[in-house]
Design a protein around this ligand. Structure first.
Ligand code: B16
Ligand code: MG
Length: 216
């Protein structure tokens, strides 16, 4: 294997390392339908990588109804309770194919391994998967002021890893996440469909296709 030009890889969590994106979808769908909003995969795509209150606002705007701040907090809390029930039984079996191998490949290449998730549940999910200690640094919702697509989360990860943004490769499944990586001045590897992740430098279908030799 020839040496990579990158010094760090910063992974997104939901939808890249594990399929919690599906659990977020189920929880948002139940909430959306309770307020009279039709919720499908296309709507869900807009919410990927967007923080909890931002996602809720997008759904409530579509309802055409007005909600007080107290009602909004209660709805967000209900969605989170449902989501937490869904992730309760998660284990290492919920790692997506190739995820563990990708983390190991990055470490074996002598590069730093970071994680950038806007989820307030990121550490719970990492614990359930048993991979918390596989990262040199984790940025979650508690460590940033602005969510994706703002570059803050990926810039924070790079700074904590001690690596210049230009020497980082970011991995994301969300349109907002890819935008965040590009705004941070990093190489963006998309996970999903090229026609959706149009801003990515390259798109793969999953981490089982992760190959450090290809990204330059
Ligand atoms: P929570 P990521 C994001 O995580 C999800 O993609 C997004 O769907 C979710 O709304 C957001 O976390 C907030 O999650 O409600 O658990 O705080 O993709 O940045 O790892
Ligand atoms: Mg994601």
């Amino acid at each position: 294997m020839r040496p990579s030009r990158f010094k760090a890889v910063i992974f997104d969590l939901d939808g890249v390392i594990t399929d919690t994106a599906h659990y977020h979808f189920l929880a948002w769908k139940r909430l959306a339908e309770a307020v009279g909003v039709h919720f499908d995969c296309a709507f869900n795509e807009q919410l990927k990588g967007i923080d909890r209150m931002g996602s809720l606002d997008l759904i409530l705007t579509s309802s055409g109804r007005a909600f007080t701040p107290t009602q909004k907090l209660a709805l967000a809390e209900a969605k989170n309770l449902h989501y937490r029930q869904l992730i309760e039984t998660m284990s290492a079996n919920n790692l997506l194919p190739g995820a563990m191998e990708a983390l190991m490949k990055v470490r074996a290449a002598g590069m730093k391994v970071g994680l950038a998730s806007v989820s307030k549940n990121a550490f719970t999910v990492l614990e359930r998967l048993g991979i918390t200690s596989d990262f040199d640094y984790v940025v979650d919702a508690s460590r940033i002021a602005r969510g994706k697509p703002d570059p803050e989360i990926f810039l924070k990860a790079a700074a904590e890893l001690g690596v210049a943004p230009a020497d980082c490769l970011g991995v994301e499944d969300a349109v907002a996440g890819v935008a965040s990586i590009k705004a941070a001045g990093m190489y963006a590897l998309g996970v999903g469909l090229p026609e959706v992740l149009t801003q990515a430098d390259l798109v793969i279908s999953g981490l089982d296709r992760f190959d450090l030799n290809v990204y330059q």
